[in-house]
Design a protein around this ligand. Structure first.
Ligand SMILES: NC(=O)c1ccc[n+]([C@@H]2O[C@H](COP(=O)([O-])OP(=O)(O)OC[C@H]3O[C@@H](n4cnc5c(N)ncnc54)[C@H](O)[C@@H]3O)[C@@H](O)[C@H]2O)c1
Ligand SMILES: [Fe+2]
Length: 392
């Protein structure tokens, strides 16, 4: 089988933003963002640099968290009105995914977003290119061919990917994540760790994605606590941006697994923030996947060794790794259960059937190294609600 390792051109380091924008070619820049990021003035800063270089600039700041198809369609319509040749997404994963999906509809209005698959060509880049500048660290969407959108009618999140969706350019500007509050720093940092760990055990893992995972795991354990402890620590911010980007490269070229199926469903049904949802799932899925699966346990043991866990038995090492992740979470103020995350018992029980149904429909579940049925998914959610380590 032939494999492709797709990554964007990545610009980082001092003056990355200005240097790259100054040499960007094109005429009509469409800056896509949301109201929160707009409030920080980042889109204006980009716009000023581009204006100095004779660009026409339009700013669209209506992106919503976990974007719906309808929101994507209005972004595509605005792109069409402006005849953009360069889309610049400035924001978190929701903004970047809005930009990716709207770009598809801008170039090909007839495409159904739900029908995008990894195999079918999208035939993009006739009208525009995509530049992504993340303001969370993060989803790594600036480095991935993945996109996650919500259906309007059901609220269900669906994830898909296509190599053409990998942005052309990713600019990592630590100043843009400086304002990220503690909670979101922790949530989005755990998303990056989940990408890296799941990519390492996914059935599509490969040597290239493995390399990105190994560095990410080391970096998240070292720099996430520092990012949360001192929100002004620019070095920690930059390291977490890089870690999130590497994790994006990793899972984009491997895949995520059960943790993301559980997480997408939590986002759909209970509107749990993505990083919180997948971060809560991560240790439980490690415990589930390593049981009676020596090959998978060995992979987790390799990651465990990176954070100082030395155990001869791979399954014990994997379980110790799950525990270590819980300790990391505790150190950055991350909740240890859905209950502690503020989900009421009533909402949880009312939503449980849908949670199970949507998790089973999520594409990432097929990449998990151990099979699971709907009964197992239900149990996972129950354990997650109370914060109990998985023993089945
Ligand atoms: N396509 C991919 O590769 C990929 C990967 C992982 C997650 N996702 C998707 O991305 C979305 C989650 O993205 P996210 O975790 O970045 O959150 P987000 O983009 O949904 O943003 C969360 C909140 O943080 C705000 N925010 C953004 N930057 C900020 C900053 N610097 N300071 C303060 N607030 C800021 C946003 O306005 C929003 O209110 C989910 O829909 C998830 O499914 C996509
Ligand atoms: Fe994620």
């Amino acid at each position: 089988m032939v494999w492709w390792f797709s990554v964007p051109k990545v610009i980082f380091g001092e003056d990355a933003l200005t240097t790259e924008l100054e040499q960007l070619s094109g005429k009509n820049a469409f800056i896509l963002t949301d109201k929160v990021v707009m409030g920080f003035g980042f889109p204006e800063r980009i716009s000023e640099i581009l204006h100095d270089h004779q660009w026409s600039v339009a700013i669209w700041d209506n992106a919503e968290p976990d974007p719906r198809v309808s929101s994507v369609k209005s972004a595509a319509e605005a792109m069409r009105r402006f005849s953009t040749d360069t889309i610049i997404a400035v924001g978190g994963g929701s903004v970047m995914d809005t930009a990716k999906a709207a770009w598809v509809l801008y170039e090909h209005p007839e495409i159904q977003l739900e029908a995008i698959t990894p195999l079918q060509p999208l035939d993009l880049r006739h009208k525009a290119r995509l530049v992504c500048i993340p303001t969370t660290a993060g989803t790594g969407s600036e480095a991935t061919k993945a996109v996650v959108i919500r259906e309007d009618q059901t609220g269900r999140k669906f994830a898909t990917n296509n190599a053409e969706l990998c942005p052309d350019i990713a600019i990592l500007e630590p100043g843009f994540v400086k304002g990220l509050p503690k909670e979101l720093t922790a949530y989005t940092g755990l998303d990056a760790l989940t990408h890296a760990v799941e990519a390492y055990v996914s059935v599509w893992k490969n040597d290239f994605s493995d390399a990105c995972t190994l560095k990410t795991v080391q970096m998240v354990f070292e720099w996430l606590p520092k990012s949360v402890a001192d929100l002004t620590d620019l070095q920690a911010r930059e390291k977490m941006l890089i870690a999130a980007d590497l994790a994006g490269m990793s899972f984009s070229n491997s895949q995520v697994a059960l943790g993301h199926s559980l997480g997408h469903s939590l986002g759909s049904v209970l509107r749990v923030q993505h990083g919180l949802a997948v971060g809560l799932s991560l240790p439980l899925t490690i415990e589930y996947n390593c049981k009676d699966k020596p090959e998978t346990a060995k992979l987790y043991a390799e990651l465990a060794a990176l954070v100082g866990i030395k155990k001869a038995d791979p399954e014990l090492a994997a379980r110790a790794f799950a525990k270590k992740i819980r300790q990391l979470q505790a150190s950055v103020g991350f909740p240890t259960s859905l209950k502690k995350a503020g989900v009421s018992e009533k909402d949880f029980n009312d939503g449980l059937d849908k949670l199970v149904q949507y998790a089973m429909m999520d594409s990432s579940i097929t990449m998990n190294p151990r099979d699971i049925d709907s009964g197992g998914i239900r149990k996972m959610y129950e354990y997650m609600y109370s914060g109990t380590p998985v023993d089945f």
